[in-house]
Ligand binder design. Structure first.
Ligand SMILES: Nc1ncnc2c1ncn2[C@@H]1O[C@H](COP(=O)(O)OP(=O)(O)OP(=O)(O)O)[C@@H](O)[C@H]1O
Ligand SMILES: [Mg+2]
Length: 515
């Protein structure tokens, strides 16, 4: 047994010698050092963790799950009476073959006692290691009254950023001497991929501590320890064919699982989305730009986006409504209220099922919404695959050119990119949920409808792009401002520089909105 120092510190109630049949491999030791818990192997005593949140990530089979059990055991034996929580998203992931509970049994059964009902190990010195899960977004509140000195996440990218941040509020010292920290191990991919990448991978050099802004103005020290399959020689020797299996994967999956490359994301539906290309600072939308709304209605969520279409065809999402539990008339009223009277909305493309008659009332959704003041709804085309494809075209980055056709360069000399779809940064839900949309496992051309919260605003955007896409376009049916003469209309139609034409129009003072 090699956890001698830890063992010496444990006030063992057990008569048996504590025997933990585990020794870290080199990279696992790096992870233990980041957690301040390498003393059983490096000598000396425990040290403070180098950061409050340690990310350990990358390749499949890199030895991450084993390291979490290792850290939990060392921490528990080092600091008597502490609480350690290991989280996975679902219960079956904890329990299944190859799961962390089975592994903990191999390493702990001979010296600690397990309570299956509570899924909890009690170590001889009173430290607890508890296995936890939060399948639904709100399951984190089941841990509201608990406190974990050490909080560990396995496959952390399966959790949403909101869940992680909430659980961190449960991370605090219950005993003197222990310095609380959290650590998350994961492969790339999953709903929390971007969160993990932003918090651990993007801030800078791996294996260095970085001060990361986790909320506006709030900084936290993070460190990222990368893991590759080659770091786990025990597995490579035991199963040399495993590497071949990973090598046989498609390029992006291979890069993710073999090398732990976080820059690719096989599950992300729109990898072309980049904040710096698609998200822009808000500006005052010129009055003459055409405005459109897109609406995905459900009682669980009303997701409405207001769009303004620029002279050059770029579409700006400039306002959003993202609110649960609005009935049809409340949703309609809210959308009307949120649209100032000077904004002329050409049409509102909306979920096709609003046209179905409701059994209870005999009325359709659009009738109810119409009575509540929301008019001009157009039934959205519901071809999902075609719609997602159309949206992809709107997200496709292109080089920004000067009037003379030259590339516009950024400060770092790279060509500046833009895309037809642009989002004001003041739309938090659209900005958040667009990159979280996942591929459907069974149909790569379709987006997954889970987690459900992610889908609504994206469906709304899909309805919009379908309403403008060449296959089903409203583009040719420009609505000109009231009182536009035939000559003005013609000039507008043939002259792409709408702003100048508009400025010259005599009747512009009387116009409300655009076309
Ligand atoms: N230090 C170690 N001693 C003994 N076995 C180890 C050690 N590290 C890893 N292993 C074994 O190697 C295999 C893969 O390790 P582990 O499950 O920890 O990898 P992982 O990075 O969590 O993989 P995945 O990405 O698939 O979750 C497991 O069978 C594990 O028990
Ligand atoms: Mg694992």
């Amino acid at each position: 047994m090699n956890i001698a120092t830890a063992q010496a510190r444990a006030k063992s109630k057990s008569k048996n010698k504590i025997d933990v049949p585990w020794r870290p491999q080199e990279r696992q030791l790096t992870f233990l050092r980041a957690c301040g818990l390498s003393h059983p192997f490096d000598g000396g005593g425990p040290k403070p963790p180098v950061a409050v949140f340690v990310g350990y990530g990358g390749a499949a089979g890199g030895g991450k799950t084993d390291s979490l059990v290792g850290v939990a055991v060392i921490a528990g034996l080092t600091f008597p009476g502490i609480n350690i929580g290991i989280f996975r998203r679902t219960y079956s992931q904890l329990e299944g073959p190859g799961g962390i509970i089975l592994r903990s049994q191999e390493l702990m059964a001979s010296w600690a006692s397990y309570n299956g009902g509570m899924r909890r190990w009690t170590m001889p010195n009173g430290s607890l290691l508890q296995f936890c899960h939060c399948e639904n977004e709100n399951d984190v509140y089941n841990y509201q009254s608990q406190q974990f000195d050490i909080l560990l996440f396995d496959e952390m990218t399966q959790f949403s950023g909101t869940q992680i941040r909430y659980l961190l509020s449960r991370n605090r010292a219950t005993k003197n001497g222990v310095i609380p920290f959290a650590a998350g191990a994961t492969n790339p991919g999953g709903i929390g991929h971007i969160f993990f990448k932003e918090q651990f991978v993007d801030p800078g050099e791996p294996e260095q501590v970085h001060n990361v802004e986790v909320e506006p103005g709030i900084f936290e020290e993070h460190i990222f320890i990368p893991a590759k399959l080659a770091d786990n020689q025990i597995l490579e020797r035991r199963d040399p064919a495993y590497r071949k299996k990973l090598e046989a994967q498609p390029e992006d999956v291979r890069r993710a699982l073999l090398y732990g490359d976080f820059d690719i994301f096989s599950g992300q539906f729109y990898p072309e989305y980049k904040k710096e290309i698609h998200v822009v600072k808000p500006f005052e939308v010129p009055a003459w730009w055409k405005r459109v709304r897109s609406l995905d209605y459900g009682l669980d969520m009303t997701a409405c986006i207001w769009w303004a279409i620029a002279d050059n065809g770029q579409c700006y999402a400039y306002r959003e409504l993202h609110e649960p539990n609005l009935n049809l008339s409340k949703a309609a009223k809210k959308i009307v209220e949120m649209t100032p009277s000077h904004e002329y909305i050409s049409y509102t493309t909306a979920s096709p099922d609003l046209w179905n008659r409701r059994q209870e009332t005999g009325q359709s959704g659009i009738e109810i919404m119409g009575k509540a003041g929301l008019k001009g709804l157009v039934r959205a085309k519901h071809d999902r695959i075609q719609g997602w494809r159309a949206m992809r075209e709107y997200l496709e980055p292109y080089d920004v050119l000067t009037e003379d056709g030259d590339l516009v360069l950024d400060e770092d000399g790279k060509s500046r990119k833009s895309a037809r779809m642009q989002i004001f940064e003041t739309l938090p839900n659209f900005v958040k949920y667009l990159p979280m949309l996942q591929r459907d496992e069974h149909d790569l051309e379709d987006a997954a409808d889970r987690p459900h919260i992610v889908t609504h605003i994206n469906e709304s955007a899909r309805y919009f792009t379908m309403s403008r896409h060449p296959t089903d376009s409203k583009q040719e049916q420009l609505l000109f401002p009231k009182g536009t003469s035939a000559a003005d209309a013609e000039r507008i139609r043939t002259n792409m520089d709408f702003a100048k034409v508009y400025a010259k129009m005599q009747n512009q003072q009387q116009i409300r909105g655009g076309w």
